[in-house]
Design a protein around this ligand. Structure first.
Ligand code: ATP
Ligand code: MG
Length: 573
């Protein structure tokens, strides 16, 4: 490809709309343009990167036994009503009507439509297992589309669905996919970690996310330094270590704490550490008010709470409702003396001795509060947000925290969709059984942005060789020098003919400008044909991810470069 003929609209300035590095660089380097909020045009450079990502994904899906198909993007409301998700999916779903006023949506995910296919086409155990996948645009009207390709409203996803006879089969499919995902992200040159994850709105009960490690990631994960435990903090657990109890329970006492409402204010006022406090938080769980207790120095994890309760809607109770129940404003509430409310407590609460809670009276707290003696707990379970430094639930060693971009997720769905949509098979005894399903997504466009988040410097992108838009750029230093031009032209032809993906910057531009742009775009290997090429027969060779430039002889250069590229590509096999 010749740069003179290729559409690469680089920008000198960073557009104001971009706030993180991948967004800035992909705009500036001429990869993407915004069409609407969360909706982007992929320019030719980006299309090449996406094609490479897709190729790696296809190879790994096929290797794991996947078969590619293509499902419709437009789906009927009836189908989604059958699974019960038409009403549950909410505002994230793009909905539309046809000329007959019939409801449709743009597929945010494809469990429904693929289950429909399998319901109609599969009926015997002999046809299972089956792994079907596609790579296609998905549509989600995200509440906050942002960070460029990381959270779009139209984005590219690979989604695979597995169909098995039983749980054992699903386990096998799941492991195959888990391994395939590790290969995909390794081959894309990402630094990543698989973590245990919440299964969210998709349903099911067992899930992992693949996190590309990046400071800008929206997800927080914890991982053990000594064993393989790693989890999204949304569901992470830590070992609850019982504190040694040295105090003996003292008599309950009400004390005045005028104007002291927050954990910080109360603990400073009483000159104690915040772990002596018990936070009492009221929630509405599917319209029923409940109360939750966590230690003053801890954060409550709402996802764990919601998963444990199994409720659809969980929101904090508003101040008015709290006052009605407790008689006090938020900040002075507590469990002592409250009747008719269900109390859920975190694992650490039962170990507390002489704790402090609100007295359900404005301006007052109780001290020397002892669970069991002064109030009853209805249920105790792991409720708190895990933090760095907590003990690992598997081995007790210390947990660390990191941020990540979720580039993929795998779920065990079980029979949720097959039962709802009637996808059954007949077993050898003639019995009708629901097909056991799994689903497995990779954000293809998000992965492209994640790669940029991980691989860049002040000058621009540094593409991993396996997904770079071109492997090599040839820079013609002086367009006006016809000898240089001829040499560069020949080198370009020779490299292209040998199967190297090469772009030739043959434009009539300053050399400096060409270098700046090559660095911004991030081609892995740069060959410069300049004065020395004519006078000494050497070409300057520089890897984008290294500082030093070396001089190599023009003679035999094409095969030398080819060998190097092949050798480097081995790392991504
Ligand atoms: P998130 O929690 O980030 O919203 P999700 O859990 O809803 O994502 P899945 O339904 O698991 O996403 O979709 C599979 C993959 O698709 C994700 O792992 C992610 O890589 C990608 N993806 C999801 N939403 C978006 C989006 N809005 N823009 C770009 N990629 C996305
Ligand atoms: Mg997900």
């Amino acid at each position: 490809m010749r740069a003179s003929e290729f559409l690469i609209p680089t920008l000198r300035e960073t557009p104001a709309e971009a706030d993180i590095i991948s967004h800035k660089l992909l705009l500036r380097a001429g990869f993407i343009r915004k069409a609407a909020a969360g909706i982007y045009t992929y320019l030719p450079l980006a299309r090449r990167v996406l094609a490479k990502l897709e190729r790696i994904i296809r190879e790994e899906m096929d290797r794991a036994g996947g078969q590619e198909l293509l499902l419709p993007i437009i789906q009927t409301a009836e189908l989604w009503k059958e699974s019960g998700r038409w009403d549950v999916y909410g505002e994230e779903m793009f909905r539309l009507k046809d000329r007959h006023q019939r409801d449709f949506c743009l597929g945010p995910t494809h469990e429904e439509i693929i289950t429909l296919l399998v319901r109609n086409e599969i009926n015997s155990y002999k046809q299972l297992p089956l792994l079907l996948y596609q790579i296609q645009n998905k549509y989600r009207d995200e509440r906050r589309p942002r960070f460029g390709l990381l959270r779009g409203r139209e984005f590219i996803m690979k989604d695979l669905y597995s169909f098995d006879k039983d749980q054992e089969g699903l386990n096998e499919s799941y492991i195959k996919m888990y391994e395939a995902y590790k290969n995909v992200f390794r081959r894309c040159g990402l630094e990543f970690r698989p973590v245990e994850a919440d299964s969210g709105a998709i349903g099911g009960n067992y899930s992992h996310e693949f996190m590309a490690l990046a400071e800008t990631g929206e997800a927080v994960l914890v991982y053990c330094n000594d064993c393989d435990y790693a989890a999204n903090v949304e569901i992470a657990v830590s070992k609850a270590i019982p504190k040694e109890i040295t105090e003996s329970p003292a008599p309950l006492e009400e004390i005045a704490t005028p104007g002291k409402k927050t954990v910080k204010e109360v603990s400073t006022f009483l000159n104690i550490t915040s772990d002596k406090l018990i936070k009492t938080i009221f929630y509405e769980a599917d319209n029923q008010i409940i109360a939750v207790l966590v230690r003053g120095d801890r954060e409550l994890n709402e996802i764990k709470l919601q998963n444990h309760l199994g409720c659809k809607h969980l929101v904090l109770a508003d101040a008015e409702k709290v006052k009605k129940i407790t008689g006090a404003p938020i900040g002075y509430v507590g469990p002592v003396g409250l009747e008719g409310i269900t109390f859920y407590a975190d694992l650490e609460i039962p170990y507390m001795v002489n704790g402090i809670v609100g007295a359900n009276k404005e301006g007052y707290h109780y001290i020397n509060v002892n669970p069991g003696r002064d109030f009853e707990i209805n249920e105790i379970f792991d409720l708190r947000q895990v933090e760095a430094g907590d003990p690992c639930p598997q081995c007790g060693s210390v947990l660390s925290q990191a941020r990540g971009i979720e580039v993929g997720q795998v779920f065990q769905l079980g029979t949720k969709y097959s039962k709802a949509l009637g996808a059954y098979y007949t077993d050898p005894q003639g019995k009708e059984c629901p097909i056991v399903m799994g689903c497995y997504g990779i954000g293809v466009s998000r992965t492209m942005a994640a790669a940029v988040e991980q691989h860049h410097d002040d000058n621009g992108i540094i593409w991993p060789l396996s997904i770079a838009p071109f492997q090599v750029i040839i820079i013609l230093a002086s367009y006006k020098d016809s000898e240089q031009r001829t040499i560069a032209e020949n080198l370009y032809k020779e490299l292209s003919a040998s199967g190297i993906e090469v772009i030739f910057d043959d434009r009539n531009e300053r050399a400096g400008q060409k270098f700046v742009e090559a660095d911004l775009i991030g081609y892995p290997l740069r060959l410069t044909v300049g004065k020395k090429t004519v006078t000494q027969g050497t070409v300057d060779l520089k890897w984008r991810n290294e500082d030093k430039e070396t001089s190599v002889t023009l003679d035999g250069l094409a095969s030398y470069v080819k060998e190097m590229i092949i050798r480097e590509m081995e790392k991504y096999k």
